[in-house]
Write a protein that binds this ligand. Structure first.
Ligand code: ADP
Length: 175
């Protein structure tokens, strides 16, 4: 049976607050399988307030992949299934690190399938060296002044420190 999905585009949704080498590794590996990867940066973070604005998260990822025309970066609001329909793409990509990821991802993929029978989610296992890496860990390390060069691109460290400085200045100016 002919299957043209693999030769097609895939949507990689997430918060990317901020993007890490774990996410980048998934995108680079997906480019070997899919013609195009649409990185869809989500507005809603189940109540969590993001560190970076959505515009900044999009712009950081665009900067990282500026030379790779097959990576498209976009913000999206609302339900993933609605966004997928609007793009006429029916394959979603997610990464898996731990058993905890698995349980959450299974629920999500089943819910998406229930809402739109056409959607298929494909999962890529993290590479061992990134298995512990998450956006939350990066925010923790950077806000405590730790080194993260091997975990995120320079642009992330630079923009993080800029935002942190702005916020500290804001706090001081309000005191
Ligand atoms: P979300 O809030 O939607 O989970 P994230 O930005 O945290 O968004 O993650 C987006 C996707 O990337 C998820 O599928 C997540 O499991 C995956 N991911 C995050 N970090 C890694 C990593 N280090 N290795 C592999 N996949 C990862």
């Amino acid at each position: 049976m002919a299957n043209n999905r693999v030769d097609n585009a895939v949507i990689y949704p997430g918060s990317f607050d901020p993007i890490t080498y774990g996410h980048i590794n998934i995108i680079e590996r997906a480019l070997k399988i899919f013609r195009k990867v649409i990185v869809a940066v989500s507005h809603n973070q189940s109540g969590k307030k993001p560190f970076f604005s959505i515009e900044e998260r999009v712009s950081i990822i665009k900067e990282i992949f500026r030379k790779e025309k097959r990576v498209v970066v976009e913000p999206f609001k609302g339900l993933l299934v609605d966004y997928i329909k609007s793009k006429s793409v029916d394959t979603v990509l997610r990464g898996l690190r731990t058993v905890a990821d698995f349980e959450f991802e299974l629920q999500m993929s089943l819910a998406n399938k229930k809402m739109s029978g056409n959607v298929e989610t494909v999962f890529m296992m993290t590479e061992g060296r990134y298995s512990f890496l998450s956006s939350s860990i990066i925010k923790e390390i950077l806000s405590l002044g730790g080194r993260a060069e091997e975990l995120v691109p320079d642009v992330v460290v630079r923009r993080f420190n800029e935002r942190l400085k702005e916020r500290k200045t804001d706090i001081v100016s309000w005191e």
